[in-house]
Design a protein around this ligand. Structure first.
Ligand SMILES: [Zn+2]
Ligand SMILES: [Zn+2]
Length: 442
């Protein structure tokens, strides 16, 4: 009785399949070669030296596992503290496990477990930061960005995918482990893509940040940017710069980009922004300035116009994408007005027009307070935009098509492209924001 009522073990989701395939399928058998050796950046312990390049031996796979030969992976800012061993809360079992960081990548499928249907060896795939099983409660309700497999990445869920020379088992962070020559993941995380794009450009458009930016603006998941509308993008990292491109592709007429870093504002103009604002210069006036830019030519209220007067303020952006987040270190280029990311988040909310939509995508630190009347009756619809609401299997192939047809400029965002050996120095550029983002090719 007790056993019957017990909730299925989280561990079981990934481990049952492994045990079921007695002994697993030796990759060596499939590939007709000895157990595969590869290089991977392994993080363990604390401090700046916690991530080292190691020679690893792949373990046999089973069930729904997929082995992908890595072509490229984006060095996501959110992973910087774990890769570079920055001081922080840390701790916990994950810190002591030998873990390959990197929650995304692109590559070619080398082997699949016996239960895999979605991809075949030889397929080019995006290993998506957001899984999509297609059959959980959220996936069935059109919210694949909230697929319940996303929460199955704790220390008890991970399975060893390789061994170090001394026999230490190695795990893949997020079931992905993009900072290595091979990724061992599960079927739920892979999306086949059919393209001849270069590794670096494909790695860029398939990264968690590009998917979130393009998802927020061009997927049907949350809200849709209407042609001719006014869009504000707060934060012009790779996510915001992807949102700017998505807004342009969707046909927005005015795209206002906000970022403290001049080089990033320059890229914003290059990829589709019509106006740029520096939050350090605009200060308290930032919201008013966005409202002024969105006043439009018509303020005749009997004739479809709007103005910025009144209790709730009539003007503002029809659609706001927020992608700032907290600093993990003080930027070496221009720092923004608030290292926690809370102030830009509040400004993003306030610059949205009544009746408009705001999609938030960042990882800020702390709690937010908002003008209560705007929040309760201000007419702004807030979307908590994990992956920008993108549905990986539906949307990632579409994003790749945008790259292939010249609608999406990946190279303007991938401002650092480096081979695997130079991963750590490129991550420092990402941390200090001296590059827009870095793509590691393997
Ligand atoms: Zn990420
Ligand atoms: Zn799901």
């Amino acid at each position: 009785m007790e056993e019957k009522d017990a909730a299925p073990s989280r561990r079981g989701i990934f481990k049952a399949g492994m045990a079921a395939a007695a002994g697993g399928i030796a990759l060596a058998q499939q590939a007709k070669s000895p157990a595969r050796k590869f290089r991977g950046w392994v993080s363990r312990g604390s401090g700046p030296g916690r991530t080292t390049l190691q020679e690893l031996t792949l373990r046999p796979i089973a069930g729904r596992q997929v082995v992908v030969r890595t072509e490229a992976t984006n060095l996501c800012y959110s992973n910087a503290p774990f890769v570079l061993g920055l001081p922080g809360p840390g701790g916990g079992p994950l810190q002591q496990m030998a873990l390959i960081q990197g929650h995304g990548g692109v590559g070619v499928v080398e082997a699949v477990g016996p239960d895999v249907r979605r991809v075949q060896p030889g397929d080019r795939v995006c290993v998506s930061g957001t899984p999509q099983c297609g059959s959980c409660y959220q996936c069935l309700r059109g919210r694949a960005d909230m697929c319940q497999f996303l929460g199955r990445q704790g220390p008890g869920d991970l399975v060893p995918i390789a061994d170090m020379r001394d026999g230490t088992p190695v795990y893949a962070n997020s079931h992905i482990g993009g900072l290595a020559e091979y990724m061992v993941t599960f079927e739920e995380w892979v999306v086949p893509v059919f393209t001849k794009a270069t590794a670096a450009e494909l790695g860029m458009v398939c990264s968690c940040v590009s998917v979130a930016g393009l998802g927020a603006t061009t997927s049907q998941g949350l809200a849709v940017v209407a042609p001719g509308s006014i869009v504000a993008v707060v934060g012009c990292g790779p996510l915001g710069l992807s949102a700017i491109q998505g807004a342009r592709i969707a046909g927005a007429s005015t795209i206002i980009a906000v970022d403290p870093i001049r080089a990033r504002r320059d890229v914003a103009l290059k990829v589709g922004a019509t106006h740029v604002l520096d939050p350090n210069v605009n200060g308290d006036k930032l919201v008013d300035n966005v409202r002024a830019l969105s006043n439009g030519p018509n303020n005749r209220l009997w004739a479809g116009g709007r103005d910025s007067g009144g209790l709730l303020g009539g003007a503002g952006a029809d659609f706001v994408v927020e992608g700032v987040g907290a600093d993990h270190a003080k930027p070496k280029l221009e720092a923004g007005p608030d290292p926690t990311g809370i102030l830009p988040l509040r400004q993003a909310y306030e610059m949205c027009a009544p009746g408009g939509h705001i999609v938030t995508t960042s990882l800020p630190r702390g709690n937010i307070s908002l003008p209560a009347v705007l929040f309760t009756i201000g007419g702004r619809t807030h979307h908590a935009g994990q992956a920008g609401g993108a549905s990986p299997m539906r949307d990632i192939p579409r994003f790749v098509e945008m790259l292939d047809k010249g609608q999406y400029n990946a190279s303007a965002l991938a401002t650092t492209v480096i081979p695997i050996e130079r991963m750590l120095e490129a991550y420092e550029e990402v941390l200090y924001r001296t590059t827009v983002t870095a793509i590691m090719t393997a």
